[in-house]
Design a protein around this ligand. Structure first.
Ligand code: IFM
Length: 444
């Protein structure tokens, strides 16, 4: 059975999501370098050392891309406004071209009747601030707050909703402990500090935006189902540790004002002095909505050879995987929607701000057939519907992503889009999944 708009509540929003560095083309319009430009310059960090310099050239083609949203019957669009485009040095001199661009972009959405959902940080830390430690610098919340004021003064009045940070776990732990994303550190102290300061920056942004009367404020957290490899107490503990770092750290801090003990075990010694006060003054404050980004589950095992915390290692799963090697597990989305309601946010509105899959899509006779993605979307829509039927106040879903784009350390190899992009010609071709959604979202 194909789920359509009719299977969801009347005002349920269907959208598509993107992020600035992944689609805009950072070489256009006076943007400054971000830490992705510097990270990708070191061999081995990014596939073929690719960058977002041109990406999908959305900077010049956004009107065409928004026409696709409109003809696809989407209600909403989630995008990010790049810090390094607005403030090329991260602070100080404003790039007026950047503000003008986001102004035009906002109006182009509204003219088409599409609701703009802005994300204030989707990983474009200006290189000049990264040189000062980026998310590990104790002043970063003020730098971010100043950027937030500037961009908000220009477009905030027309946003349907605003998210402060996209996926703080990726901006901090993945980037400062695993070293997979910019700035590519493998340092537990930097990881702990970035995990704390990114939340402090979220709080700073919330406070500043509230002071200006903004009402629809939230954050997009990513969640990954943490499955123990076996029922052994050691593996169960390994999964609980990973769950605490990935799935509990950020939401617990914001909604309860605490960090989970299983994560503090490895991180507390590295947190900055006064972290408990920051939880009270900045981090623990009400949200208007919560964004849930969900893709997959991971299997965790105890690592008997590990010399230091967290003493875990990944284990093989047995489910079908996507082009990223990620298992397809819609039950995990249902799990997190219920868990958010029951353990953290109650009846606060929740949006699935990202969910999607990468596949090695090819054009054949000018068309891209992607039945795997259609099944993926339908499977996850069913998980969302089940959660709604069970009382979760889920109000929308944004597919990741509208366009094939720059998949960070994976460069342009991994295609998440419902619209195929030829990265030589930049031609857009809607895939079969786009047409499935267009049909499913049609209003009578
Ligand atoms: O492409 C990313 C996006 O930037 C953040 N969430 C996950 C996506 C797929 O990896």
């Amino acid at each position: 059975m194909t789920l359509t708009r009719k299977d969801f509540p009347n005002n349920f929003l269907f959208g598509a999501a993107t992020a600035a560095y992944q689609i805009e083309g950072s070489q256009f319009g006076g943007a400054g370098p971000s830490h992705w430009d510097t990270f990708s310059a070191t061999p081995g960090n990014v596939t073929r050392a690719e960058t977002g310099a041109i990406a999908c050239d959305h900077y010049h083609r956004f009107e065409q891309d928004f026409d696709l949203l409109k003809t696809g019957n989407f209600d909403a669009y989630r995008f990010s406004t790049s810090w390094s485009r607005v403030l090329p040095e991260g602070r100080g001199q404003v790039n007026q071209q950047g503000l003008d661009y986001y102004d035009r972009l906002t109006d182009a959405l509204l003219e088409r009747g599409i609701k703009p959902f802005q994300t204030l940080y989707h990983w474009e830390m200006p290189a000049a601030l990264s040189d000062l430690g980026g998310w590990t610098n104790p002043d970063v919340h003020n730098w971010f707050g100043d950027f937030v004021d500037i961009i908000d003064d220009r477009i905030g009045d027309r946003m349907e909703a605003i998210a402060t940070i996209n996926e703080p776990w990726c901006a901090s732990f993945l980037s400062h402990f695993h070293g997979i994303h910019a700035p590519g550190l493998r340092d537990v102290r930097a990881a702990a500090r970035s995990m704390h300061y990114v939340l402090k920056a979220h709080g700073e942004a919330m406070t500043r935006l509230r002071a200006k009367g903004r009402k629809n404020l939230g954050i997009a957290l990513n969640f990954e189902y943490a499955q123990p490899a076996t029922a052994s107490p050691n593996d169960v503990r390994a999964a609980a540790t990973e769950d605490a770092v990935y799935n509990r750290w950020f939401i617990e801090a914001m909604t309860k004002g605490t960090y989970p003990a299983e994560a503090l075990e490895g991180l507390e010694a590295h947190l900055p002095k006064g972290w408990q006060d920051d939880l009270k003054t900045h981090i623990h404050q009400p949200l208007d909505w919560l964004g849930v980004n969900y893709y997959t589950r991971k299997i965790h095992a105890h690592d008997p050879n590990a010399s230091a915390w967290p003493y875990t290692k990944p284990a093989e799963g047995h489910l079908a995987t996507t082009q990223m090697g990620w298992e397809v597990y819609p039950e995990g989305l249902h799990h997190f929607l219920k868990r958010m309601k029951n353990d953290y946010v109650g009846d606060l509105p929740i949006l699935v701000t990202e969910n999607g899959m990468a596949w090695e899509d090819h054009l054949k006779d000018g068309a891209a057939d992607d039945p795997e993605r259609i099944d993926f979307i339908q499977g996850h829509l069913a998980a969302m519907k089940r959660a709604i039927d069970e009382g979760v106040n889920l109000q929308g879903f944004m597919y990741w992503s509208l366009l094939d784009n720059y998949e960070w350390a994976e460069g342009y190899d991994k295609r998440f889009g419902i619209v195929h992009v030829d990265f030589d010609t930049l031609e857009r071709t809607p895939k079969a999944s786009y047409y499935m959604l267009k049909h499913a979202l049609k209003r009578d």
